[in-house]
Design a protein around this ligand. Structure first.
Ligand code: MN
Ligand code: MN
Length: 458
């Protein structure tokens, strides 16, 4: 064997895959950016995904529906969690090829009693969702997305701050002239969560009995959207960065946008599911909510909906639920941390994902002594290597930073806990969890090619 064959060397997609793939990657990124801009919350991501699925012939599934090979169905769980599946021709007991990505992203949620006035200014109080570095959200244009459900069940859907003519929202920051004392604080002390208040008005209402600016805001919301202050208590409203994803770099090789984590994996797994042409295997694309807060709740990866759905599919096809899960394979598609030359100390370079080096595989997540990991079997990793290499997909392995520096998890362990062999495979991100994160177009495309190969591999 030649030296080049016995050594493992990481190379970029540009070196390994060639011009044609790079061109396809740039084209593919356009569809992704459209999806990303239209999907700033999990609810928006579900409705965008249903649009793409229906255009490809997928129809709603209800528990108890009969199923047969060739059927393409989707199950919409409360508008925040979506499953697509296609029934294959082989026996269902051979298992299901599953991909799982999450469609929630770090953000600032409104508190249930959010509106207050201080210093003749009106604000929303927020409660941050997921892991954020709080200072990153100050002094930038922000948008409001979400739903208000009135007592009578009527839902008012809001998206304010995305159109050029929309107003935006904003969190103020301290002027440097008066920041001498603040500058001496630690980052954790200098940016308390209770200061992340959203500026939403400054003009007093006429003939207001008290808090005239707040009165003006409430009157506007009532006249425009028919909502009252109490309606906020049954609302899910989120503050996200206003504006669209953009190309980054003179070579336009990267994209900065809000919510790459984890829509840069959700979109490739969804489009790979739709585009996969192999008819043998039953395949499933899972888009879950609540990953950023621990995957709990009815729409998270720990919800029994995952096993309920697999059980119903097994039953409808005359299979055995336990055997179906035991023989299923899942790619948990979540983002990886890319080596950042600005912060080399937190990465171990031999085992860090590098931008542009393809889809990133993580055998285990967790922290310290692999705490909280499902640690994939070497057998599954070998099987995945085989279909990736046979399909010519450019891939790399990685860990999330140096041992004992920090850590993180994905939905992999919740799938694995259901006796489904699961491996993390996804796109690397720079500035993860920042209002605008960065990914590489070629990494995005390699993840699409990887999921397609997974669905298609015999
Ligand atoms: Mn994630
Ligand atoms: Mn995350």
């Amino acid at each position: 064997m030649s030296e080049s064959k016995i050594r493992y060397e990481k190379k970029t997609v540009y070196e390994k895959a060639g011009e044609a793939i790079v061109k396809l990657a740039y084209d593919y990124a356009q569809g992704y950016v459209r999806f990303l801009d239209a999907s700033k919350t999990e609810r928006e991501a579900v409705s965008e995904s249903i649009g793409l699925a229906e255009a490809a012939g997928y129809r709603p599934y209800h528990f108890g529906d009969p199923l047969k090979p060739g059927d393409k169905r989707y199950y919409n769980n409360r508008g925040k969690n979506l499953f697509l599946f296609r029934i294959g021709t082989e026996p269902i007991n051979n298992g299901i090829r599953i991909t799982g990505a999450h469609i929630d992203s770090p953000r600032l949620d409104l508190k249930q009693n959010p509106v207050f006035e201080d210093g003749d200014l009106c604000y929303f109080k927020t409660h941050y969702y997921g892991g954020i570095r709080k200072y990153q959200w100050l002094a930038m244009p922000l948008a409001l997305h979400g739903v208000v459900v009135k007592q009578n069940g009527e839902t008012v859907t809001l998206s304010i701050g995305e159109n050029e003519s929309d107003p935006v929202m904003y969190i103020t920051d301290l002027l440097p002239h008066l920041a001498q004392k603040e500058n001496g604080k630690t980052v954790a002390d200098a940016f308390p969560a209770e200061r992340l208040n959203i500026l939403i008005g400054s003009r007093p209402a006429k003939e207001a009995e008290k808090e005239a600016v707040k009165e003006g805001v409430l009157r506007y919301l009532n006249e425009t959207y028919g909502i009252t202050e109490e309606d906020f208590q049954s609302a899910e409203l989120s503050i996200v960065p206003a504006g669209r994803a953009r190309d980054v770099g003179f070579d336009r090789s990267m994209i900065c946008g809000y919510g790459h984590d984890d829509r840069c994996c959700a979109y490739p797994s969804l489009t790979a599911m739709i585009d996969a042409d192999e008819k043998l295997h039953t395949t499933m694309c899972t888009l879950v909510d609540k990953e950023e807060t621990g995957s709990d709740g009815v729409t998270g990866a720990q919800s029994s909906i995952v096993v309920d759905l697999i059980a119903e599919i097994a039953r409808a096809l005359g299979g055995n639920e336990a055997e179906v899960r035991a023989n299923s394979k899942c790619l948990s598609s979540d983002v990886a941390a890319i080596f950042d030359p600005a912060f080399p100390d937190v990465f171990e370079k031999n085992n860090a994902a590098l931008l542009g080096c393809g889809v990133a595989m993580c055998k285990f997540t967790g922290s310290r002594g692999k705490s909280g990991t499902s640690d994939t079997t070497a057998q599954l990793v070998a099987w995945v290597r085989r279909f990736l290499n046979e399909a010519g997909v450019v891939w790399q392995t990685c860990e999330l930073g140096k041992v004992d520096i920090g850590g993180g998890g994905t939905i992999a362990k919740y799938m694995a806990n259901q006796n489904i062999d699961t491996l993390d495979l996804g796109v690397g991100v720079l500035s993860m969890h920042a209002p605008y994160e960065i990914i590489s177009k070629v990494d995005l495309y390699e993840s699409y090619r990887a999921f397609r190969a997974f669905y298609n591999f015999q």
